[in-house]
Design a protein around this ligand. Structure first.
Ligand code: ZN
Ligand code: ZN
Length: 327
């Protein structure tokens, strides 16, 4: 190629690249990117390392999914919030002395592109999925167990999955699926598609009652939202964290009005009783709570108020610090 042609080609390439770069610069001079920073938040819990992991968010109309639409409208209006509300999907990684434990797995491929980010955020935090050796499920629902498998393939090939035996008996049971309303059958199908690969590999251990599952982490039955819905109490050197799954779906409403239920509850009456019990207990003890659908990282405490409760998020810290300084 002649030098002139080479020069013209080089100019075209430079123009093309620079043009693309310039197009990606906003008018205020900041790069345009549709993504947030990786979603992980580190803290210490005694001798354990804790990393809250974001799986992303899911837009939901609270008026449609909660049991008291007019109350929801009033609360959102008072909060200057608009529908749909973005619900976080959070999970929690605990590095104990003996295990790398993941509590819930996000939605995987089930909830669309704004979620399913857990493994990418796990990698950004410095771990690989094949290093996770224990998975604790608060319950089987697409946004908690969905991340176990993608396209039928186990995403955590070296993990044992612990889940309450009532979850297995309900969601992985063809007879229960036949009894369910047609609109609820998709949940059974998704549950089976994502959990069964672990059953087939003999990697599921069913939890029976309140018990220590791995050193420092014990299961606490919290039924209602699903038959075997489970909270996990993480304890190290006197520091405590309660990971309570779907005890609260919508912080905007269910702290002030814990009697409000969500349409995903299998037994709304029992779910309400469990929520009130756990809210009251958390408000009395001051235990630190990790909550799967409260705005990421979903870590905070509960305060009792006149007629209800409120959520006190932990203060953000730039350095990795003890998350529960009151053992
Ligand atoms: Zn759920
Ligand atoms: Zn959920």
């Amino acid at each position: 190629m002649k030098r002139f042609q080479q020069t013209v080609l080089l100019c075209l390439v430079v123009t093309f690249v620079a043009g693309g770069l310039l197009r990606s610069i906003a008018r205020d001079g900041l790069p345009v990117t549709p993504k947030q920073a990786p979603g992980f938040y580190r803290a210490k819990l005694g001798a354990f390392d804790l990393i809250a992991l974001s799986d992303g968010t899911a837009p939901r109309s609270l008026e449609q999914i909660l049991s008291d639409p007019s109350l929801v409208r009033d609360e959102l209006l008072a909060d200057h919030e608009r529908e749909p509300v973005q619900l976080s999907i959070n999970a929690y990684l605990i590095k104990s002395g003996s295990h790398l434990v993941l509590v819930d797995t996000g939605a995987g491929e089930l909830f669309g592109p704004s979620s399913g980010l857990l493994v990418a955020n796990l990698i950004s935090a410095g771990y690989r999925a094949d290093q996770v050796d224990v998975i604790l499920l608060t319950h089987i629902h697409g946004d908690h167990s969905g991340g176990l498998s993608i396209g039928g393939k186990r995403q955590f090939p070296n993990a044992l999955v612990y889940v309450d035996h009532r979850e297995v008996a309900h969601w992985l049971n063809k007879e229960e699926e036949q009894k369910a309303a047609p609109s609820a059958r998709i949940t059974f199908e998704q549950s089976q598609a994502t959990v069964n690969p672990y059953i087939l590999a003999n990697r599921v251990i069913e939890i029976e009652g309140n018990s220590e599952v791995v050193p420092g982490i014990s299961a606490q039955s919290a039924p209602g939202h699903t038959p075997g819905h489970t909270a996990y109490l993480v304890e190290s050197q006197g520091h405590k964290l309660l990971l309570w799954g779907d005890t609260v779906h919508c912080a905007e409403v269910q702290f002030r009005h814990p009697a409000v239920t969500v349409q995903y509850d299998v037994d709304s009456r029992e779910a309400r009783q469990t929520r009130v019990r756990l809210l009251d207990s958390a408000a009395t003890s001051g235990v630190l709570v990790g909550s799967d659908h409260i705005s990421f990282p979903g870590l905070g405490r509960v305060r009792k108020t006149d007629g209800g409760y409120s959520w006190i998020p932990i203060p953000y810290t730039a350095a990795v610090t003890e998350i529960d300084p009151r053992p």
